[in-house]
Design a protein around this ligand. Structure first.
Ligand code: MV4
Length: 448
């Protein structure tokens, strides 16, 4: 087993990893930017190394500083968390070259899934359903228009280097093709340095349901059931839950088996997630694979009663997984709490927290790095907490979440949070009935 792990991240996920490492008897090393000097991950790790100034590019994305920190502390592994370097093939490669175990995907896996057109082709070959569309990249607007005749409008064009919505355009007719093609190409080039574009039939008002997977180096792959992530705004998830209110046991079996087949075909090792679009007829289609631990992993942890960070560390250390699938025995919901004003276009509200009360009670979990006196820096993502509730049924979980949100008090000059929005969501009849798609937040009005 590893003796010492360096955590190349900040915030709640850095704390989350430190907690499990401690329970496993593994020493921890925090890295931090000067903006995070007073952070809890710095305080709770066994050692801490400053890796640079506040901008991520000079600290949490600074590979040379992080590797140097790992070497001077004699760390034998690096856990990248989510975001930052977690899906950076070059960093995974550099860790390997330095004899440091990267607790995440190999460079080969990251590259195979990072190019979306290529990932889609790989999944198609292993029998995973994919949305009808171009075979690989399309070279011109003319080729796209020709193909759209076969597929039928609406179509969606996507950046092969993309994900999370950037470089994506929905097209409804021939006349709109050319201008969308040009702007998608430009946006992709600017955002990813890669302007490869592919095309798909546009699935209208889908649900976003993802399957959590675990694979080991002996070829075992199992699924840990699904999370429903349809409640999102501008590709930022607000709430996730498991089980999905839309899924049936039969659909879970089919999606789980497809996800396992896809992961096995690439000898996937570690934790990973396959995201699916699910249409109103319960047809499901491969969208992307994430080769990291995700923000919403606690939802799965609560319903299957297993520590996924521990699972990741064990797999990285070469311990075989059980090989059996895990099914939800309860219902869990996670609300993301962001330091943003939901009444003012989700404008970020950094600043000093002067008063804090965290909710509690049976089935309530709060994963956060904030404390009274903590200053939320303006340099990073505005998520400051995740609250996860777990109950026997979805109805009870919603009641519990509304109750717990009402107890969550975060106050300081200028600070606003998404808590009022989350409370309104818990009271919304369509949310309560489970009748929602990825389009839900387009029409949700916090003032109603
Ligand atoms: C789609 C789609 C409909 N049809 N592809 C959004 C992010 C990127 N990962 C892929 N996305 C979508 N791809 C086809 N063929 C609709 C979306 C989409 C979406 C997907 C999941 C969650 C929220 C979404 C919001 C808008 C669009």
């Amino acid at each position: 087993m590893f003796k010492k792990i360096l955590i190349a991240n900040r915030g709640e996920i850095a704390l989350r990893i430190i907690r499990t490492a401690k329970e496993m008897g593994i020493k921890t090393v925090a890295v931090y930017s000067t903006a995070d000097k007073e952070s809890l991950h710095v305080r709770f790790a066994d050692e801490a190394v400053c890796i640079g100034p506040p901008p991520s590019a000079q600290s949490y994305l600074n590979m040379a500083s992080i590797i140097a920190a790992a070497e001077i502390t004699n760390s034998d592994a690096i856990h990248p968390g989510y975001g930052f370097l977690s899906e950076n093939a070059k960093f995974s490669e550099i860790c390997r070259a330095h004899g440091i175990k990267f607790i995440g995907a190999s460079p080969e896996m990251i590259n195979a899934m990072g190019d979306k057109a290529n990932a889609k082709a790989t999944m198609l070959k292993s029998g995973v359903p994919v949305v009808p569309g171009s075979e690989g990249l399309i070279e011109s607007a003319e080729e796209g228009i020709r193909l759209a005749k076969d597929i039928g409008y609406p179509v969606i064009i996507k950046a092969t280097a993309g994900g999370g919505g950037r470089g994506m355009r929905i097209i409804w007719e021939d006349a709109e093709f050319e201008k969308n093609w040009d702007s998608a190409k430009q946006e992709s080039k600017a955002a990813f340095g890669n302007d490869g574009i592919y095309m798909e039939k546009y699935v209208e008002e889908p649900r976003h349901i993802e399957i959590q997977l675990a694979g080991d180096q002996y070829g075992n792959v199992c699924h840990l059931s699904e999370r429903d992530c349809s409640i999102q705004r501008r590709h930022q998830k607000l709430l996730e839950e498991s089980p999905s209110p839309f899924i049936t046991p039969e659909l879970r079996e089919k999606m789980g088996a497809a996800a396992i087949a896809g992961a096995k075909s690439i000898n996937y090792e570690g934790l990973g997630t396959i995201e699916f679009l699910v249409d109103k007829h319960r047809n499901f289609y491969f969208m992307e694979m994430n080769t990291r631990i995700q923000v919403e992993h606690p939802v799965t942890e609560e319903v299957i009663n297993y520590d996924l960070v521990k699972e990741q560390i064990l797999i990285a250390a070469g311990v075989p997984i059980s090989g059996k699938n895990y099914y939800p025995t309860k219902h869990a919901i996670e609300c993301r709490i962001n330091a943003e004003d939901p009444y003012n276009n989700f404008r970020p509200t950094p600043g000093k927290i002067e008063y804090l009360h965290k909710p509690g009670g049976h089935g309530v979990r709060v994963d956060t790095h904030i404390y009274a006196g903590y200053t939320i820096p303006s340099n990073y993502d505005s998520m400051i907490a995740k609250m996860i509730v777990c109950a026997q049924t979805r109805e009870e979980a919603i009641i519990k979440m509304e109750r717990a949100l009402g107890e969550f008090i975060i106050e300081g000059p200028g600070i606003k949070t998404t808590i009022p929005l989350q409370i309104k969501l818990m009271q919304n009849e369509d949310f309560k009935s489970g009748n929602f798609t990825t389009a839900f937040m387009n029409t949700f009005d916090i003032n109603k």
